[in-house]
Ligand binder design. Sequence first.
Ligand code: FE
Length: 344
Amino acid sequence: MKTHRSIALVGALMAGLLGGAAAHAQQPVLNLYSSRHYQTDEQLYAGFTKATGIRINRIDGKEDELIQRILREGRASPADVFITVDAANLQAADEAGLFEPVRSRVLDERIPAQFRGEDNRWFGYSYRARVIAYNRDKVKPEEVRSYQDLAHPRFKGRLCVRSGGHVYNRTLMASMIYNYGDENALDWARGIVANLARAPKGGDTDQIRAVAAGECDVAISNHYYYARLMASDKAADQDVVRKVAIVFPDQQGKGTHVNVSGGGMLKHAPNKAAAVRFLEYLASDEAQAYFANGNNEWPVVGSVRLNNPQLDAMGRFKVDQLPAGVLAQYTPKAQRFIDRAGWK
Ligand code: FE
């Protein structure tokens, strides 16, 4: 009797365990490796789980560390999707052989070819512009109409910019090479170095602040750092915005250099169906708004409208049509030119 009951109990326990295991195995998951860390990304992931029932396991890290980790894990890697910022980082992951092409009509229709990597191995979901910031009192906007203006001798000792080796400047340099040829691009980099007000230091926001502080009169920055200052309620930040304005360069020429935030499906992804659904979800209206707004960037899906006062205030601008994938291929040469010009 006693034995009987024990067996029944063990049986019930086992059924429970197996049932639990089965339920667990059925709950689909997506393993996401991300070097983005914006708070609105949380809403994005919650939205995906709500829409698809697929749970997200997220590993956060720096892009190069995540790329190394995925390489180390090899075939055993649990990573399904890798998302990061900048075409050069996406390209680095691609060159390391991490991505697998994704065939998806949704992505083909919604993401312009300009914002996709070679053979659809990665996709850009939002874009950011590299803009010129200038002191409203000391510089006229017509003096800074193009990136090339920044290399003009009139700005000698008046320019602030972060290090040349930083991926934002390397990718900008790649666009200069593509648009104007090797010689002109190298001359431009030398002109930038000749005009520096100080040795490069700090991030983009530091360059904008240095313009406000009078340490320099012009600077290069991604637009969203300025958007953050615009949105800030700190008096010091508002003061910076009062003193410093931005322009979208090359509106008369090729258009302003833009770069992407994006991701792709990994070759050894154990959950490929979930990976494709996630990449498609990121192109949906809802996700595009979260993805882009999270860092005050523009959605790549042209029909998506953002309710973002800072971006609205910046207005529309002509975008350089250079494909992000092509741009990324020029980054090794860009780095060599940056080194040759002595842009530390
Ligand atoms: Fe940034």
